[in-house]
Design a protein around this ligand. Structure first.
Ligand code: SAM
Length: 396
């Protein structure tokens, strides 16, 4: 049914009524049958520029139960020593899939930003989650072996392409283990042409050493691509030009060097819209992350880490993660904001609960943080946003 739907759109069949009917039938099928190629469906919708169906597609992924499930007490987590703190259950898988399509929309239908040539033989997706990007890389590079590694098992929600290998494990442990196990033997210096990772901000400790490991694994001429969010918040004045919030490139200034503590601090910014001091709720999350040697500002710092790891040709493209769908945002950013408001707010509230409890914060203070967060996101007094940065660098 999914493939029939794709064919219908490709054939430019424009009877809205009929398409709508088929679409609904496809949605039901997508829910029931896990193996429909949602990525192909997304690209077809995108290619035919059908915004209404794209939005419907996104809403389909966010089925009604996701909100209820997200706050249920029965969540499951990985059972390793790694610092990563988000769940690993089917509710989280659904969220990650939904997030992927919202990111695709935000980034104009393009996930991979590195200028990959046809000569790639080995690629790696670190922290691959549901494997959606591993699948994307493997489809783009059918002659390459593409490895996806994650702490938790990769759910079987799409057909596994023949050039994909999945590994369960902690990337840092495998790199440290040298050649001591068959899995670790796959992570040897100068063996990979392309390394991708996305959204490890909640789990990757010691970012400099992580990015240096990535650089070490790359062959000469190989590309690293790291897509990260920063838990650093901005408030756009109503007078700001909407252009400031469109996707844009940020040049890396190696003369602007600061030490690692300053890098990891959410107070380190010269951006005029940066909220200083950070709101109480952001300060709580970031303190908890720093206590686990994580970098809350990771997304804003990848270029620095890559430069220090010896990579060159570093470029960063930034995309806005706005909350509250305020005026001045592009349609794509508003679509992402709808996802952020519906889903990321719940995630942030649950992090405030968990991190607060971990750090023995008085429950009343935690409640205050949650209240202030809701007020900041929903009252419309603030035009809140953070940056999602795609940074690529090449091994010289
Ligand atoms: C927020 S999810 C993002 C998943 C995927 N990259 C995406 O964007 O859809 C982060 C993933 O990284 C994995 N992860 C975190 N720390 C890791 C580590 N040290 N080694 C391997 N995987 C890790 C988690 O298990 C989780 O699946």
């Amino acid at each position: 049914m999914g493939n029939l739907f794709i064919l219908l759109i490709q054939s430019n069949y424009r009877s809205a009524y009929f398409i709508d009917y088929i679409f609904r039938a496809t949605l039901i099928t997508c829910r029931l049958k896990a193996n429909i190629d949602r990525t192909a469906l997304f690209y077809t919708l995108k290619q035919h520029n059908n915004q209404a169906l794209l939005t419907a597609f996104s809403i389909m992924l966010l089925d009604n139960k996701l909100r209820e499930d997200a706050v249920s007490a029965d969540r499951t987590y990985h059972n390793t020593e790694a610092a990563y703190g988000l769940p690993n259950d089917s509710i989280e898988h659904k969220r990650l899939e939904l997030q992927h399509f919202n990111l695709l929309e935000l980034m104009g239908g393009r996930i991979i930003h590195a200028p990959l040539g046809p000569d790639i033989t080995h690629a790696l997706d670190i922290g691959c989650g549901t494997g959606i990007i591993t699948h994307e890389i493997a489809s783009k590079l059918p002659d390459a072996i593409v490895t996806g590694i994650d702490l938790s098992p990769i759910p079987a929600i799409r057909p596994k392409l023949p050039n994909i290998q999945y590994l369960q494990g902690d990337f840092n442990e495998l790199v440290r283990a040298g050649r001591s196990t068959p899995e670790a033997a796959k992570f040897q210096p100068e063996t990979l042409d392309y390394i991708f990772s996305r959204l490890l901000v909640m789990g990757m400790p010691h970012w400099q050493s992580y990015v240096s490991s990535v650089a070490q694994l790359l062959r000469q001429g190989g590309w690293a691509e790291i897509q990260e969010w920063a838990c650093v918040w901005y408030d756009a004045p109503a007078s700001a030009s909407p252009e400031a919030f469109l996707p844009h490139d940020v040049s890396y200034d190696s003369t602007n060097e600061v030490n690692e503590d300053a890098l990891r601090s959410d107070e380190h910014s010269t951006d005029p819209y940066h909220i200083q001091p950070q709101p109480t709720w952001s300060a709580l999350i970031n303190e908890a992350l720093r206590a686990k040697s994580l970098d809350p500002a990771a997304g804003n710092n990848i270029a620095t880490y890559m430069h220090r790891a010896g990579l060159t040709d570093i470029t960063t493209r930034r995309y806005i993660w706005a909350f509250g769908g305020w005026e001045g945002l592009s349609e794509e950013a508003k679509t992402f904001s709808a996802y952020a408001d519906e889903v990321l707010t719940l995630l942030i509230e649950s992090l405030l609960q968990r991190f607060g409890a971990e750090m023995d914060v008085d429950p009343r203070e935690i409640e205050n943080c949650i209240r202030e967060f809701r007020e900041d996101v929903r009252s419309g007094k603030r035009r809140l946003y953070t940056w999602y940065s795609v940074t690529v660098g090449r091994k010289p």
